[in-house]
Ligand binder design. Structure first.
Ligand code: CTP
Ligand code: CA
Length: 232
């Protein structure tokens, strides 16, 4: 694929990308999860590495192969992903939250397998909200660091896909938000993607349709002008 024409515009930069989907255990064998494969996050990590960055991928339950040359930190839950990203972020120039983080986790994880009692009622699963990793990273961002979020949206009677994404960028304080229209059958698990990238003011700074690698490069193109001057 020719999207990876070597460019050195990320050389000397450290980039951390989260990918995949978190999984929240109910008991030793069961969990709440989502369908995110990690493909878009891996494409961003690969593109950044091809452009000269030192890249760490924080991979939540990613079963796809990660290209050589990318450091991988494996996590399972939102809490583990939060801890890994929060620890890595201070050392990085660019933080990309491409992972699908579970919004809620079970309040309790049973130590042993939940059993059904004969004739008993179905269990109720009580949930508690997970921390917002992206908002936390944006709040602790240091000068010159670029924080990028993703928003998978469908348009509805209240707002368009892009307007939902704009509101999310503002709410979370991300420098850039890559907004993904998931109403058209694109997104999860598909090789292709379409995104609109907005900045914190809501202005559209990039649009891309194509392979996840092409989308990744377009997002990185939008990051470049926000990077601080390279270390002398
Ligand atoms: N995100 C995060 N921590 C969470 C939830 C989401 O860091 N607990 C990040 C995602 O990685 C993504 C961005 O926030 O980069 C937007 O995720 P999304 O699920 O679209 O946003 P939510 O605020 O959870 O809103 P919604 O109610 O639409 O799910
Ligand atoms: Ca969510």
């Amino acid at each position: 694929d020719d999207a990876g024409v070597p460019r050195g515009d990320f050389s000397g930069r450290r980039v951390v990308v989260s990918a995949g989907g978190t999984l929240e255990p109910l008991d030793p064998v069961r969990f709440l999860g989502n369908r995110s494969t990690g493909r878009q996050g891996i494409a961003i990590a690969e593109a950044a590495a091809a452009r000269g960055a030192a890249v760490t991928l924080v991979a939540a339950n990613v079963h796809l192969e990660v290209p050589a040359g990318i450091d991988v930190v494996r996590v399972e839950t939102a809490a583990e992903l939060d801890a890994a990203m929060t620890a890595l972020a201070p050392e990085t120039d660019v933080v990309v939250m491409a992972a699908a983080v579970a919004d809620f986790r079970p309040v309790r994880t049973a130590d042993s397998k939940i059993k059904k009692a004969p004739g008993g009622a179905a269990p109720l699963i009580e949930l508690v909200e997970n921390p917002d990793v992206l908002a936390g990273l944006a709040a602790q961002r240091r000068a010159g660091q670029v924080v990028v979020g993703f928003a998978a949206e469908t348009g509805d009677e209240h707002a368009s896909v892009v307007d939902h994404g704009r509101a999310k960028a503002r709410r979370k304080g991300a420098d850039l938000m890559a907004i993904n229209d998931v109403s058209a059958g694109r997104g999860f698990g598909s090789p292709d993607n379409a995104v609109v990238v907005v900045n914190q003011e809501g202005a559209v700074v990039a649009e891309a349709t194509g392979s996840k690698r092409e989308v990744a490069d377009a997002i990185l193109d939008a990051v470049v002008p926000l990077l601080d001057a390279p270390d002398a």
